[in-house]
Write a protein that binds this ligand. Sequence first.
Ligand code: PLP
Length: 391
Amino acid sequence: MSLQLSAIASSISPSATLGLNATVTQLRSQGVDVISLGAGEPDFDTPYHIRQAAKEAIDAGKTRYTDVSGIPELRKAIVDHIFEHKKLRYEPDEIIVSSGAKQAIVLALQAILDPQDEVILPSPYWISYTEMIKIAGGKPVFISTTPDTDFLPTPEQLAAAVTEHTKAIIINSPNNPSGAVYSEETLKRLAKILKDKESEYGHDIFLISDEPYREIVFDGKKAPYPAAYYDNTLTCYSFSKSLSLPGERIGYIAVSPTATDADILAVICGQISRGIGHNCPASTPQLGVAKVIDETSDLSVYEINRNIIYDTLVDLGYTVTKPGGTFYIMPKCMEEDSVAFCNKAKEYDLILVPTDGFGAPGFFRMAYCIDTEKVKRAMDVMRKFTEECYK
Ligand code: PLP
């Protein structure tokens, strides 16, 4: 085994949130009525007609290998969808269909990183980025943010974090775990800083924009599309959340047409997929998603849930920033040790996630991708737990 990779692998902790799923299953099998705000997995059925679309593909025997970059129908559907909604025109060759956003980000990093290249991560960041960067040979560089800026990096922080070794920055808007949404103004400032630094250091700096929550934005707003503001953008998307089908593993990378060597980068991503043994995403979800590209499952429940949770937390005296999107909220714990705080909640059969692994010690994450009745029950327990342990 490669010594370097085995050292990295042994430093990777198992997924904190999916590990909690196992705990929940175990407790439920023991008859405990546990309420989980743990995993970010929509607890809803994939809408019937979306399942039908994939089923028709199976029934038609469309179970062969596909093109390594995905089936032409889906790549064309993605191109048309982005043009209609974001007004950015890609060529189908600039789209690589992937097995979820997770694989898309891995391909993007593997395609652009040289050993020891730095990748900037504004924290809080999604838990998997650090291991993905290390496995691709890169070095994560963290920027810590605070509730004062709604957990978004300031221009000064960004400018200070970029060095001659910076190859990329990963942003995730709307953000897991904070729920923050990057505004147009923030994206414009970010783009200007990156462009200036590209000129100063004389090499490309890529923006990897991770967008699995693109459609889940509240208060009648839309999330601005980062690729519209910066040429060297690799957009990573997943249908897991918008269509409630995380287990089907379907997403894509869109290499911006304006990115340096966009056509070559897209081919490299496909070749890496083949080289690492992934080859192509499963055929039937590709065919299914191609038929429902402009649809989502019912996402309105997330705003209802956010409002209930936010109001309860404020009432209980938590310091909390109102999320602009996603199905997460990240309040400050009532004590410094977030693991101890979440363990106390577990005594009340309520599963919360400490966000130390997301680069935000002292906070916790609640995932509200469950039905509203369960959210209301969870808030009753939250009230009891908070009042008994911290008042
Ligand atoms: N990026 C973020 C921020 C996520 O929260 C997730 C999943 O929870 C992913 C990427 C991966 O998405 P997928 O499971 O569809 O690959």
